[in-house]
Design a binder for this molecule. Structure first.
Ligand code: AMP
Length: 390
């Protein structure tokens, strides 16, 4: 796979697939983090006097009413402020208006095209990687850069479609994500995996893939209780993924030393932040109690194991971190990792949200931005958006 720096983009028409899927409220951008993150690649292209054509999706477009809700024009405005230069917005995703805008571009110009998913209204052309649409968008440029990591696990016309027609490379955001995640392909040892979150079913692929490579898998969160149930323990009203008890039994049997389960737990009687909780030994959960966080002894056990780790990947919070009372041990373990410089990759989704909330996101070795994309990478799946750049 070529790197962006290997591509000749000088004075060329460069199409960049960005992730401008920003949260919006009543037509206003609530958080511009993703726009700011795209600046590095865009500015690099502008320094090379490229003619920059930007594509991105925003939300989902299933019916006519979704069009206005997912209009990308506010992004052009914000991007223009951030780049300190004009960003022309094309209302149309194809046709003469777009083509003449592109034809009139000079080096250093920037165009943002309307939401690529407007094309989904007519037969899901963007999301089903319609061959003709990918070829059409590619015909507008000479080089393609994909910098939208969040959609890299999907084959869409605006990523795979375009890439199959033009010299292509990942942008700096994707390059950084891949460089970090690749360290898990042949990890240094001890390699420790921390898994939390709600359901075992969401993590089966990750467990099956990583259990072979990891030295330890530390399990917390709601999913721990299905493993504990598989060991025959009383878990009271804690979260149970009934269908996967058998899977947990098998994994525990095959890898008894690798899987580390909670030894104590914070329990309460209702799923709320309002009731008091108590810490209990894992063998003492009553039938009317539910575990909403790991306990202090478990956290200390996890710290002890992490202390010797050479690399760690963590997916899913260890408790109901949305409730003030049950985010404690997730936060404390994050703090331990940061303070002890333990090389840790946060694997997208809720654990990154928890780290952001607690102020640790910028302090860990790498916090991956792609929820679904990162999870599929950890499951060992090939990502079509990456394959298409090769
Ligand atoms: P996931 O998307 O699979 O990473 O799951 C994240 C969710 O798991 C969060 O919304 C947490 O509230 C939830 N979670 C973590 N620990 C528990 C627990 N002990 N009981 C119920 N839900 C939990």
């Amino acid at each position: 796979m070529k790197q962006l720096k290997d591509l000749n983009i000088e004075n060329k028409k460069v199409i960049i697939r960005c992730d401008f899927n920003v949260p919006m409220k009543e037509g206003k951008i609530v958080d511009d983090t993703r726009i700011v993150a795209a600046l590095e690649t865009i500015n690099y292209c502008l320094e090379k006097n490229a003619k920059v054509i930007l594509l991105s999706h925003l939300g989902r477009v299933k019916e006519e009413a979704d069009l206005a809700k997912n209009d990308l024009s506010p992004v052009a405005k914000r991007l223009s402020e951030l780049l300190k230069k004009d960003v022309l917005f094309c209302e149309k995703t194809r046709g003469p208006e777009l083509e003449s805008l592109v034809d009139s571009m000079e080096g250093g110009d920037v165009i943002l095209v309307q939401n690529t998913r407007y094309e989904d209204l007519d037969g899901k052309k963007e999301s089903s990687n319609d061959e003709e649409l990918g070829a059409y968008w590619a015909s507008l440029g000479e080089v393609f850069i994909n910098d939208a990591f969040g959609t890299i696990h999907r084959a869409h016309a605006s990523n795979c479609g375009i890439a199959s027609h033009l010299p292509s490379a990942p942008g700096f955001l994707i390059e950084r994500e891949l460089n970090a995640l690749k360290e898990l392909d042949n990890p240094e040892h001890p390699f420790v995996v921390i898994l939390g979150g709600a359901k075992v079913s969401d993590k089966i692929g990750v467990i099956e893939n990583l259990v072979k490579k990891a030295d330890k898998i530390l399990i917390g969160g709601g999913m721990a209780f299905t493993f504990l149930k598989a060991q025959g323990k009383e878990i009271g009203k804690s979260l149970l993924d009934e269908e996967n008890i058998e899977f947990c039994k098998n994994i525990l049997q095959e890898y008894p030393k690798k899987i580390v389960l909670p030894i104590d737990v914070a329990v309460t009687n209702e799923y709320t932040n309002d009731e008091d909780y108590r810490e209990k030994d894992i063998n003492e959960i009553a039938s009317n109690e539910m575990g909403l966080d790991i306990g202090t002894r478990t956290k200390e056990l996890f710290e002890e194991i992490l202390n010797t780790a050479k690399i760690v990947v963590w997916n899913g919070p260890l408790g109901v971190y949305e409730f003030e009372k049950y985010k404690k041990n997730t936060d404390e373990l994050l703090k331990y990792i940061v303070e002890n410089n333990i090389k840790t990759i946060l694997g997208g989704g809720d654990i990154v949200a928890a780290a952001t909330k607690a102020g640790y996101k910028e302090k860990v070795y790498h916090a991956s931005t792609g929820g679904g994309a990162t999870l599929e990478y950890l499951e060992g799946k090939t990502l079509p958006g990456i394959e298409s750049l090769k």
